[in-house]
Design a protein around this ligand. Structure first.
Ligand code: ZN
Length: 279
């Protein structure tokens, strides 16, 4: 599943092909994604892209708002890669492959193509302010922003008995901490994933917030190194092999102490941890 670093890498990959260019057309081959692709997406036709940005794992393509005279609806395209989605750059004339559901065709005949075998992705329209969109409204702070801190985690966790791993994966608390990076950050900060969120001290949350930032920014930097492959001949979107400390390493020795890494299901998700290093 694409996690925040892959989404950020995707953003950096598509941004130069969209920003400053006019959209010639939106081609919808299959509207049956997580929700049907609405007709509003065709409002993008003929309009310039002013910027591309990310909120959590949502990509926003913002369009020239026009004037009262042109009567354009301000806003733009809202894309989520779901479980298996990807975007790639190709020529508009290239034959679509299986699961290529939607194209954003740009004036120079380049095309950003949305592929999604499992169709849990989202391709829809947003109107400003983006924060009022039903998918974006309740999102917590960005993990790499100044708003996110150990203090933010500590304050919001008081009185919560649920596992800390579920707490940091809750998008209302902080966005974009998926299963892989939650396991990794908890290992890096020495916190047991099943520990009650409300029973972790402020200093330990400082360590955890720092680990979340480190693990995500490291992965984004690694993703950046694959950017040149973004529009490679094979059209591979440039997801990257991860160097992981505990994730999917059950039974293998902990890199810190040699104790076998354990796997435990928490909130229906596999969690990996060292029983000796994490308390
Ligand atoms: Zn260990």
């Amino acid at each position: 599943m694409p996690e925040l670093p892959e989404v950020e890498t995707t953003l950096r990959g598509i941004e130069p092909f969209l920003t400053g260019h006019a959209i010639r057309e939106i081609v919808v081959r299959n509207p049956s994604l997580r929700w049907p692709v609405p007709a509003e997406v065709h409002r993008a036709t003929g309009r310039g892209v002013t910027r591309c940005w990310r909120r959590g794992k949502y990509l926003l393509v913002e369009l020239d708002p026009g004037t009262a005279l042109t009567g354009q609806e301000p806003g733009g395209l809202l894309i989520h890669l779901g479980m298996s989605g990807s975007l790639r750059i190709c020529d508009a004339a290239d034959a679509p492959r299986k699961h290529d559901h939607v194209d954003i065709v740009v004036e120079n005949d380049k095309c950003v193509r949305f592929n999604d075998p499992r169709r849990f992705g989202v391709f829809t329209w947003w109107s400003p302010p983006a924060s009022s969109h039903k998918l974006l409204g309740s999102l917590g702070p960005e993990p790499l922003s100044a708003e996110f801190s150990g203090n933010h985690l500590w304050r919001n966790s008081r009185g919560r008995n649920g596992a800390v791993k579920n707490f940091i994966m809750d998008g209302k608390i902080v966005v974009g901490v998926g299963n892989i990076y939650a396991s990794e950050a908890l290992f890096m900060s020495g916190i047991h994933p099943a520990r009650a969120a409300g029973r972790i001290s402020a200093p330990r949350y400082d360590a955890l917030a720092g680990a979340i930032r480190d693990v995500l920014s490291h992965a984004i930097r690694r993703g950046g190194t694959t950017l040149r492959d973004f529009q490679g001949a094979d059209g591979n979107p440039g997801y990257f092999a991860q160097e992981l400390l505990v994730y999917e390493r059950a039974g293998l020795p902990c890199f810190q102490c040699g104790t076998p890494v354990r796997r435990k299901v928490i909130g229906q998700r596999s969690s990996y941890y060292c029983p000796r290093c994490q308390r």
